[in-house]
Design a protein around this ligand. Structure first.
Ligand code: Z5A
Length: 224
């Protein structure tokens, strides 16, 4: 049986990496084989493109060129990492995926949605997420958390954008979630870490209960 594909989306510092990791641990404790990955990156080729994108080297080429680079990285990531894992029955938990392109390059970068959808068809095909967890936090909280975590390191190409940019990112993600309620679940990322983790796990249990039951992994909390 094909594994399940779960993506985490949200603005900077919304807790995607933290809660993706926590979910992976919970699922692993229930005997599910989990692959944790991220975008841009997640395969050797895509990690090279990640460096080009996040260093800002591609910014002068324009938003369309950046979109094409994100898609090239995604195609390699899907081909080398995601598709083989799902085919082997593993569950894939990915930090950012197509919705980040739709928001950062589409809604914010004003790249034509037709180009974005066309690139999705090429890069992703039918490897669409079964579930997308949107961690929703106001931009000021997310930016403060990311700054704290970053310490003395310089902000990357996207982190360096202004508050208004990050608030617009938040709104654009919420619009996507409203449009596709069957794929998205929105989790309030403001409460304490363990509360958000618990709510995320519960949301995954609700949405993917059939698959978890089939694996004998809907246990009702002995791993909590
Ligand atoms: N991008 C794009 O434009 N187009 C695309 O198609 C794709 C990406 C795929 C990737 O940057 C950038 O690429 C991204 C969009 C663009 N830029 N932005 N902005 P990245 O991968 O380097 O960074 P990121 O995705 O933005 O992740 P992040 O900043 O690392 O945030 P996060 O993963 O959501 O947060 P975190 O690391 O889990 O948490 C941040 C800190 O907050 C950490 O110290 C946690 O312990 C703390 N935290 C988390 N949750 C809580 C709660 N609930 N309470 C208290 N503290 C918390």
């Amino acid at each position: 049986m094909r594994g399940k594909f779960i993506t985490f989306e949200g603005g900077e510092g919304s807790g995607k990496s933290t809660h993706a990791e926590a979910l992976a641990k919970r699922l692993t404790a229930r005997g599910i084989r989990v692959v944790r990955t991220r975008e841009p990156g997640g395969s050797p080729g895509a990690e090279i493109v990640r460096h080009i994108l996040l260093s800002g080297m591609a910014k002068p080429l324009g938003a369309e060129a950046e979109t094409i680079l994100f898609a090239a990285a995604r195609a390699d990531h899907v081909h080398a990492t995601i598709a083989p894992a799902l085919a082997a029955g593993q569950w894939v938990i990915c930090d950012r995926f197509i919705d980040s392109t739709r928001v950062y390059q589409g809604a914010l970068g004003k790249v034509d949605i037709k180009l974005i959808r066309g690139l999705e068809r090429v890069a992703v095909g039918d490897m669409m997420p079964d579930l997308t967890v949107l961690l929703d936090v106001p931009a000021d909280i997310g930016m403060a958390r990311a700054k704290l975590r970053r310490g003395v390191e310089a902000a990357d190409r996207f982190e360096a954008e202004a508050f208004e940019f990050h608030e617009a990112v938040r709104k654009a993600f919420l619009i996507l979630a409203e449009r596709e309620p069957d794929r998205f679940v929105v989790v309030d990322g403001r409460p304490a870490l363990d509360v958000v983790t618990e709510r995320t796990v519960q949301a995954v249990e609700r949405r993917l209960s059939t698959a978890l039951l089939a694996l004998g992994a809907l246990t009702g909390g002995e791993d909590r």
